[in-house]
Design a protein around this ligand. Structure first.
Ligand code: ATP
Length: 291
């Protein structure tokens, strides 16, 4: 095999709780992760040059070791002492610095691509063990689907697939640094922790209405204080028929869950033409059985 094309899927957090801070500065989380059918396209081709060359459609993204795609490729090529190079084309569609783990998804997918292209024969577990070195969300981006994520994000428990629904995703025209949000979160002052265990039960019961009634993200308090537009988008989504709407990850992306496609589609067009959001996508859920 000399060439491979893959998709790197974004995630949303149906629930995000922060339960502590470790001595090394990492936060301990409990999150319900869900992959959505919004993806970047990554193509990888073997070259004889002994170098990693990365091209991307977003001119402002780094194409050197600061890009997680480059880092992921280099990590595996170095470990297995591969004397060939790789040309990688990254076509971004997942909003950047948005709370949708776009970079982590790209890193995970690049690992899968390098493993296949160079016949490294690494299992999914082998890849997941290495992935955490690239970022706390990268192991989850290899697992995909509905999952409980604990530890710093690397302790994963697969959950049954969510009931079918439509996800409206809207990112306002601002970029939020994940570090800023975590640095400004005061764990002692969190007033209401999300009901993560209740959400797990609701997913097991396949009860979409219980799941959506429990959507909750503790990081909202930090990000919304800085950017009230997030609240405006949430309100609009609920007015337009979302069962519920919250911010994903450290934001600023907001998502709304709909049980009705017509309502979701009307809301999509309305938000797309509003001043509130810059990137708007209507997606379905992506589950492990879709792989
Ligand atoms: P998370 O949900 O994990 O917090 P995010 O959506 O907030 O992720 P990303 O889009 O993954 O953030 O990227 C954040 C920063 O990482 C960007 O500002 C960018 O400079 C850098 N970066 C490195 N590699 C990539 C990549 N492949 N795609 C996007 N950003 C990347």
């Amino acid at each position: 095999m000399n060439h491979i094309k893959l998709k790197a899927f974004a995630k949303i957090n149906l629930g995000l709780d922060v339960i502590g801070k470790r001595e090394d500065g990492y936060h301990e989380v409990r999150m319900i992760m869900q992959t959505v059918n919004l993806y970047d396209k990554i193509s990888l081709s073997k070259t004889q040059s002994n170098e990693i060359t990365l091209k991307t459609n977003l001119h402002y993204l780094p194409t050197n070791e600061n890009n997680l795609v480059y880092k992921a490729a280099k990590m595996l090529l170095d470990e297995f002492e591969i004397n060939q190079g790789v040309f990688i084309n990254l076509e971004k569609k997942i909003p950047v610095a948005a709370g949708m783990a776009g970079g982590s998804a790209d890193a995970a997918t690049t690992m899968v691509g390098i493993n296949k292209l160079f016949d490294l024969s690494l299992s999914k577990k082998d890849l997941m063990d290495r992935a955490v070195k690239l970022g706390a969300d990268v192991p989850y981006c290899l697992l995909r689907g509905t999952a409980l994520s604990e530890g710093i994000g690397e302790v994963l428990t697969p959950l049954p697939a969510m009931p079918k629904c439509h996800v409206l995703i809207a990112k306002p025209g601002i970029n939020v640094s994940t570090k800023f949000v975590y640095d400004n979160l005061n764990i002692e002052r969190i007033e209401k922790h999300p009901d993560i265990d209740g959400m797990i039960q609701a997913i097991k019961d396949q009860d979409l209405y219980q799941v959506t009634s429990k959507l909750s993200n503790v990081l909202e308090t930090v990000t919304i204080k800085e950017y009230p537009v997030i609240n405006e988008i949430k309100k609009q989504m609920i007015e337009m028929g979302a069962l519920n709407s919250i911010m994903s990850g450290s934001g600023p992306t907001v998502f709304g869950i709909f049980d009705n496609y017509n309502k979701a589609s009307k809301a999509f067009y309305k938000l797309k033409t509003s001043e509130l959001a810059k990137n708007v996508h209507l997606a379905s859920l992506y589950n492990r059985m879709d792989q």
